[in-house]
Design a protein around this ligand. Structure first.
Ligand code: GTP
Ligand code: SPV
Ligand code: MN
Length: 603
């Protein structure tokens, strides 16, 4: 196949990779439906993909991964900056030359027996001034089809690359060459010790080897749009954040824009697609995972979603909890590690749909009464099973979601999963305290990463711990600097926790009911309601969050709103120890905020 571009940089890079990886053939992708259908047909033919029931799930497919390749692996993720101090304590660092040497050995001959796909894609609307043009080279047709949904794959991107003579090179291989005549397996990948998710921020380069899983293999997402982009943003004065973006519209038609950062599997997709229970108020979805934000000419902060689809957590997604996500799954989707039913539909835990039997994510016959080795129900879908859905399928998608100018952010929200201590909602006294709240956010671990070990709680600054492409201290300072630039145009900052538990489970009903909390935030933005001062921040006055119709006792509400000073004092001590790891890159403003919080708690 002759190359459909004249850009010499790109031709040279593709030739170099081809020489190193020695694929059987090279295919340049164009993002067409014909290409998608052809690759899917090939994968169905080889048994990698299952074509789902055309009546129930038109144009949709299911995949099961290798049991070892189900999530991101933070221990195998590297920020290989030239200077070690540019990587920082939240990242694994290796000298870039050394890492390239190690990985070049792995890449040598790694595509034998496979096709090398060259994918031109844009993060953000093609041609928009905020968008980035990139090329992913991969030997995985699963990656190509997922990239079709998650990014804008198009030959138009090649034209822009020719014009600008710039692209972000992203190299991916599953790391599983085939011997002459060897039959491929269902999900090729390399053993954990050979997996590398590598970033070279000084040259905007991504090298990923050995994993086929989303966050490790769809390189436009976490690798480009967060790790490489956050490093660029830090240098250039904008922001690349692990945030959903939504528009909340009042009955009078006033629009409020919210960007919210929760760690992986902590509720971004759900909040982004929320069905408001506040009469007359409505949510429109703009993005569910990543926000790129720049200051506009009017001084405000404008956000775009660089993605084109949702790579969402399947378990717990149901018509009751997230009807907009369920509707997005009606057609044109890819499912990974879910249960496939005998009539070729999909199922997962807490979907609230009855099931008699199916094939589980490990490809075994499965029934819902089966137990694991501990006597607990044997899950049919992996806890980190995912759907890949086009954003255009979502009924709540905002008409302006692809506006290259973005939307002006009024409200930042931080949060995480905390079964105790952290109240339902509080507001920062000012932007600086808001940055402190984001920087000291914490959460209980989820199934979205493989190797977080047995920790019960981890600090997760801005929900970005696994995604900061540079030194976390410099990154925190960048947040303070943005605050200074934005001045009185900076968004108001809030912290939420939907996840407090008592003996009966979650205290707060969550999901659609979270709109009641969003409504309070909008009232605060408009100065319509006051707030009471507490040691940790501003909290709602009684009655300002409408609780009509909720099955919530006065006791339960008190628990949800309690500021447990002793527990917070312990957190301050933990935060000090955690932040000490940033050494002399810890912003002075962070220490100042810690001292102030401690003083308020002791007052
Ligand atoms: P990533 O895609 O990994 O970045 O995650 P995400 O933040 O988009 O997470 P998602 O919205 O998929 O949430 C994952 C989990 O949080 C699921 O188990 C949800 O059911 C649960 N969840 C989300 N919102 C709520 C809520 O308001 N209350 C409760 N109890 N659970 C929630
Ligand atoms: C996350 O883990 O935060 C995700 C899923 O959004 S993945 O893209 O696989 O990292
Ligand atoms: Mn995410």
């Amino acid at each position: 196949m002759s190359a459909p571009t004249t850009n010499q940089k790109l031709l040279d890079w593709v030739a170099e990779v081809e020489t190193m990886c020695t694929p059987d053939q090279v295919v340049w992708c164009d993002g067409s439906k014909e290409e998608y259908d052809r690759l899917m047909a090939e994968m169905v033919e080889t048994g990698m993909a299952i074509k789902l029931n055309e009546e129930k799930r038109p144009n949709s497919y299911a995949f099961n991964s290798d049991p070892s390749d189900v999530a991101r692996v933070e221990s195998r993720t590297f920020i290989a900056s030239v200077k070690e101090e540019d990587s920082g304590p939240t990242n694994n660092w290796v000298d870039p030359n050394e890492l390239k040497k190690t990985m070049t050995e792995l890449y040598t001959g790694c595509m034998k027996g496979r096709t090398m796909y060259v994918i031109p894609f844009s993060m953000g609307p093609i041609g928009s001034p905020i968008a980035k043009n990139a090329i992913e080279i991969t030997d995985s047709p699963y990656v190509v089809t997922n990239m079709h949904i998650m990014t804008r794959v198009s030959t138009e991107v090649l034209r822009l690359i020719e014009k600008e003579d710039f692209f972000i090179p992203c190299l991916h291989s599953v790391g599983s060459p085939l011997a002459e005549g060897e039959k491929d397996c269902r999900w090729p990948c390399a053993p954990i010790e050979d997996k590398y998710i590598a970033h070279f921020p000084d040259e905007n380069l991504i090298w990923s080897y050995g994993s086929g899983y989303g966050g490790n293999a769809l390189l436009g997402k976490k690798c480009l749009a967060l790790r490489i982009a956050s490093a660029m943003a830090g240098r250039e004065g904008w922001m690349a954040e692990h945030m959903l973006i939504l528009r909340f519209i009042s009955p009078e038609g006033k629009k409020y824009h919210v960007a919210a950062a929760f760690p992986s599997a902590c509720g971004k997709t759900n909040l982004a697609m929320l069905q408001s229970t506040v009469p007359g108020w409505k949510v429109e979805t703009i993005g569910d995972d990543i926000a790129w934000m720049k200051q506009g000419d009017d001084g405000r902060l404008y956000a775009i979603n660089p993605e084109a689809g949702f790579f969402g957590v399947a378990p717990f997604t149901s018509k009751e909890t997230n009807p907009m996500a369920m509707a997005s799954l009606d057609k044109d989707c890819i499912y990974t590690n879910v249960v496939v039913t005998p009539d070729l539909d999909v199922w997962w835990e807490d979907m609230n749909v009855p099931i008699e039997k199916g094939t589980d994510w490990l490809n075994r016959p499965w029934t819902p009464d089966m137990k694991d080795e501990n006597g607990k129900p044997l899950k049919g879908a992996h806890p980190n099973s995912r759907f890949t859905a086009p954003a255009r399928n979502c009924p709540s998608i905002c008409p302006d979601w692809e506006d290259p100018a973005g939307v002006p952010i009024d409200i930042f929200v931080f949060g995480g999963k905390r079964t105790s201590t952290v109240p339902l909602v509080h507001e920062a006294f000012d932007f600086e305290q808001g940055v402190f709240m984001g920087a000291t956010a914490s959460s209980e671990p989820t199934a979205a990463a493989l190797d977080l070990g047995n920790v019960s709680l981890r600090f997760d600054p801005f929900a970005m711990t696994p995604f900061i492409g540079y030194h976390a201290g410099d990154y925190m300072q960048h947040w303070f600097d943005m605050g200074e630039k934005l001045g009185d145009k900076a968004p108001k900052v809030f912290y939420v926790n939907w996840f407090q538990k008592d003996e009966n489970g979650f205290i707060w009903p969550g999901f659609g009911e979270n709109s009641r909390v969003l409504k309070w935030m909008c009232d605060r933005v408009d100065g319509k309601v006051g707030a009471r001062e507490t040691a940790i921040g501003l909290m709602p006055e009684d009655g300002d969050i409408n609780l009509d119709g909720l099955d919530l006792s006065a006791d339960a509400w008190e628990k949800l709103m309690k500021v447990d000073k002793d527990a917070y004092k312990a957190t301050v001590a933990d935060a000090r120890a955690y932040l000490a790891k940033l050494g002399d890159k810890l912003p002075a403003k962070m220490t100042e905020q810690l001292d102030k919080l401690e003083a308020r708690l002791n007052a």
